[in-house]
Write a new protein. Structure first.
Lengths: 254, 315
């Protein structure tokens, strides 16, 4: 079997005395779409942020594409990575946020161009050409020069996806990408994500969209209070949850 | 409940009797009397010496002093801004040495009066008669007398610029802290390192918070530059006092200096307005019209535009 894109072994994360992740163990294969489901405060977003080292884990091991996140193993000790190396690895992981977090002082295309030019030292013209193609792909070729505050939430989120894709990542993390959107705008963002999944992008999606999880997800993982309660094929878990917590949660979401 | 949406039927326009404000008329009358008294005094009191004010307003040393005041203000302010940004970023650095050093700098220069700092630079030669470049605790390659390096201009620049740097660092820090944390995370997730993240993402957004106090600080600096009198730097006030010492026309000359300062701060205030507009790009607020746009609109509508908080007026 191929090396998994993500391997988490008993990942723990604490904020002071509050233990948010209490040993998450899971694997994500290349080209897999994993949906993380769970009540708020269950630790799913935190887990996502650990994957690109926005949060440091306290114990356990977390590997992306075979290499340890944030550390290097030399002998029997872990050594912290330099900022340069942490940043280089982040370029391989795209992230999309609940509140979009577009750069408000830049137009749509500037948002998409800046990271390739600044981080990967790509030529502006090359980056701009790809940015136009990406914005076209998310259906925003007519909004290239719009500032974020001139765009609807759904449009902003699609720019944010294009911005993440501009770095040509091998893995995409979605942190509740549709939770801040008006109901009628959710579909346009999910469509973009579905197309991305069909192209074979490895994706981890924290979401409350059960429909999306069932149709697009390869795996569904239900997390509660910092542990994986249940995992499996989405259709089966949703139709026939094994655990009381999963049943209770799904009955409320539907 | 019934909903009747017949198009075209519109009840007649409301023409109510406007509310009367007798208090405003009383207040206006009182203010007019006071203003008349003031104007009368200004015009008839010979001790104002308006002729003297006019005679010296464009005198060579005065204009020269104005130039030097502007020069010192901008160089000292530029120094303050550069140091301020540097120390603000250092202060927020995860490196304890850097943030500690920035804290110490701010603590010292904000904690002592700028007047004393200026005096101190003026007499630096007493403390350190010579300044050398060489190996620490070892031989010196170049040695110069402190007085030849710390000229009155350099003393004024050091005094005002270093002090401003400490205040400005706190303004920049407030600006950086006002930027949404999501912006840092988004930039980090794209692999940006700390320096480009600050320069390209955070600082441009912090500008919206930083610019208004910067205008304030520049105006303040323009006036504080008059303290450079104590280091004998020949700026506006120094030149004014020089003339006053010769002619004994002290009051008219101080009035003249005040007019110059007012003129300069007014121009700065107008500049600040346009800089603020520039950095308001991409925010959710509609930009208020510039005075020129407002005049143009008033001329085209030929109607008084009532004041509204958004500055857009009614139509």
């Amino acid at each position: 079997m191929a090396e998994p894109m993500i391997r988490a072994e008993a990942v723990h994360k604490r904020y002071g005395l509050l233990e948010v992740l209490k040993g998450i163990t899971l694997e994500v294969a290349p080209r897999e779409v994993m949906c993380l489901l769970g009540p708020s405060g269950s630790g799913k977003s935190t887990f996502l942020r650990c994957i690109n080292h926005l949060e440091k884990i306290n114990s356990g091991r977390l590997y992306v594409d075979g290499s340890l996140v944030g550390y290097e193993e030399r002998g029997d000790r872990l050594h912290e990575l330099r900022e340069r190396e942490v940043c280089r690895r982040r370029t391989e992981i795209g992230m999309v946020f609940q509140r979009f977090n577009l750069f408000p002082h830049m137009t749509a295309i500037e948002n998409v161009v800046i990271a390739p030019v600044l981080v990967k030292k790509e030529a502006k013209a090359v980056a701009a050409t790809r940015a136009r193609a990406l914005l076209d792909r998310v259906g925003l070729s007519n909004k290239i020069d719009a500032y974020p505050n001139q765009l609807s939430g759904g449009q902003q989120q699609r720019v944010a996806i294009a911005r993440a894709l501009a770095m040509q990542p091998k893995l995409m993390l979605f942190d509740e990408p549709t939770s801040a959107l008006d109901p009628e705008l959710v579909g346009e963002v999910l469509d973009v994500m579905r197309a991305l999944a069909e192209e074979g992008m490895t994706m981890i999606v924290v979401t409350h969209e059960i429909g999306f999880a069932r149709e697009v997800g390869d795996t569904l993982v239900f997390i509660d209070e910092g542990v994986v309660v249940e995992a499996g094929v989405p259709r089966e878990v949703i139709a026939n949850p094994q655990h009381e917590r999963t049943k209770a949660f799904l009955s409320k979401v539907f | 409940m019934t909903i009747d949406s017949v198009e075209g039927h519109r009840p007649e326009e409301i023409r109510a009797v406007p509310l009367r404000h007798p208090g405003r008329w009383v207040a206006t009358a009182i203010l007019l009397v006071l203003a008349a008294m003031l104007v009368h005094d200004i015009v008839t009191n010979p001790r104002f010496g308006w002729g003297v004010v006019g005679n010296y307003f464009f005198a060579t040393p005065v204009v020269d002093g104005v130039e030097k005041t502007l020069e010192l203000t901008f160089v000292a302010m530029a120094t303050g801004v550069v140091l301020g940004v540097l120390f603000a970023v250092m202060r927020l650095s995860p490196n304890p040495i850097l943030s500690g050093a920035a804290w110490l700098y701010i603590w010292f220069f904000r904690g002592t009066p700028v007047y004393v700092q200026l005096l101190f630079w003026y007499v630096i030669a007493v403390l350190q008669p010579t300044i050398s470049i060489g190996i620490p605790f070892g031989p010196a390659f170049v040695t110069m007398s402190a007085n030849s390096i710390v000229t009155p201009f350099v003393a004024a620049l050091l005094g005002l610029g270093l002090n401003e740097g400490a205040y400005y660092a706190e303004i920049v820090r407030a600006g950086i802290l006002s930027v949404d944390h999501g912006q840092f995370e988004a930039a980090q997730s794209l692999g940006m390192r700390r320096t480009p993240l600050m320069r390209r993402i955070v600082l441009p957004q912090a500008m919206r918070v930083i610019v208004p106090p910067t205008g304030n600080e520049t105006i303040s600096m323009l006036k504080t530059s008059s303290l450079a009198v104590v280091v004998t730097y020949p700026e506006l006030l120094y030149q004014t006092e020089n003339i006053a010492a010769r002619t004994f026309e002290t009051v008219p000359l101080y009035i003249m200096a005040c007019f110059w300062y007012l003129l300069m701060t007014t121009v700065l205030t107008m500049g600040q307005y346009y800089v603020e507009r520039y950095y308001a790009r991409g925010t959710s607020y509609a930009l208020p019209p510039t005075p020129i746009q407002r005049i143009r609109r008033n001329l085209t509508t030929l109607r008084r535009v009532p004041f509204s908080p958004s500055g857009l007026g009614g139509s």
